[in-house]
Design a protein around this ligand. Structure first.
Ligand code: ATP
Ligand code: MG
Length: 342
């Protein structure tokens, strides 16, 4: 098993060899292939990777929020519960009190016909059986916690009556309403404009620390990862291709794909250098190459890369799914192997 480095205490969440395949009469697509990691209480893991690499499907697997066409394999254990084998009628044991999710677009998660107050208070009542008045009081506290201005008035607002930033805050309040031990934040700020993005991000980081929640944060944005992550997993074509601490990933990226991501990101340290794009296109998931899935786009590609999927190599804290040692891969990446951006 490959893993994000662990402390000695039992992890809150363990994912072992997770695979997800969408199967129907005219499709059979493997979208997550052997993902493994573990997460301690209070730890923040960032999932990085380009569109379609399997980040959201991995997150939804943790909540069992995938359609019946999804066939799941492997094992997911959160708070001692075997998530994949939990009977459907017991899913409310995990959704809310144990694991909660903030979605990229709050309108898909908020119900348009109920007020914000009704939605939060009903969720609390469902899980805690408290009175309606107490639940509404809790809803107010939660809106205040996520810094919604005029919170009392907003309790009576419908989702469409709020701005994008306020809706996202209401969504965060809803996600926190059952005091989850594990928060899944799937690109929680990408739908917002830049200044609101930073506010919501800082708020989330503050709440995460204050409430001590373990968090998995999905983002395309390395700047966001730097702000929030303890650990990072870089995903490509449904696999983790590099795992490590945020410092390892930013200062010593070992996989050519991670290096490509860093070189194509605007940052202060790269101010005087050309931005580089990663040549080629993401792979067709229905026809993955037999060896390294990044090989067709990789500057370091040799015939040896096409023989079997490389294992994650390195030390327990920093691993890369590349057959070349990290120092060599780093050297290659700096030799202008990535074509300048158009
Ligand atoms: N319900 C579904 N049925 C069939 N295929 C799906 C379904 N949901 C996702 N997929 C496919 O699974 C793959 C991974 O999707 P996923 O949403 O996890 O990507 P992602 O990494 O979250 O991308 P993005 O950054 O764009 O959100 C994609 O090829 C997507 O088309
Ligand atoms: Mg996604």
């Amino acid at each position: 098993m490959t893993s994000i480095p662990q402390n000695t205490s039992a992890p809150l969440a363990t994912v072992q060899d997770l695979s997800v395949r969408f199967i129907s009469r005219d499709m059979n697509v493997p979208v997550v292939n052997g993902v493994s990691f573990s997460l301690q209480q209070g730890e923040v893991l960032c999932l990085l990777g380009e569109s379609g690499s399997g980040k959201s499907v991995t997150m939804r697997s943790l909540m069992r929020l995938l359609p019946p066409t999804a066939q799941l394999g492997g094992r997911i254990e959160v708070g001692g519960i075997d998530v994949l084998n939990l009977p459907r009628n017991q899913l409310s044991r995990i959704r809310g009190p144990l694991i909660s999710m903030i979605f990229q677009e709050p309108l898909t998660a908020l119900d348009p016909v109920y007020t914000i107050g009704q939605q939060i208070s009903e969720t609390v009542r469902e899980h805690e059986g408290i009175s309606q008045a107490d639940a509404m009081r809790r809803a107010l506290e939660l809106l205040e916690l996520v810094q919604v201005p005029s919170a009392k008035r907003r309790l009576a607002a419908y989702p469409h009556e709020l701005s994008g930033g306020l809706r996202q805050r209401a969504m965060i309040a809803l996600a926190l309403s059952c005091r989850p031990k594990l928060l899944l934040a799937d690109e929680p700020t990408t739908a917002l404009d830049a200044t609101v993005q930073i506010q919501v991000l800082l708020l989330l980081r503050e709440l995460q620390r204050e409430l001590g929640m373990a968090t998995i944060f999905v983002t395309h944005d390395l700047g966001v990862a730097c702000e929030v992550a303890d650990q990072v997993a870089v995903m490509y074509a449904g696999r983790f291709v590099e795992t490590g601490s945020i410092t390892d990933i930013m200062d010593r990226p070992a996989h050519p794909y991670t290096q490509g991501l860093l070189n194509s990101t605007v940052s202060e340290s790269l101010r005087d250098q050309d931005l580089a794009s990663i040549p080629g296109a993401p792979p067709d998931l229905t026809a993955l190459p037999p060896g390294c899935t990044f090989a067709p786009r990789c500057p370091r590609h040799t015939p040896a890369c096409d023989i079997g999927v490389p294992p994650l190599l390195g030390n327990a804290g920093h691993q890369s799914r590349c057959i070349f040692p990290a120092d060599l891969a780093t050297r290659v990446a700096t030799e202008s192997v990535l074509s300048p951006a158009a």
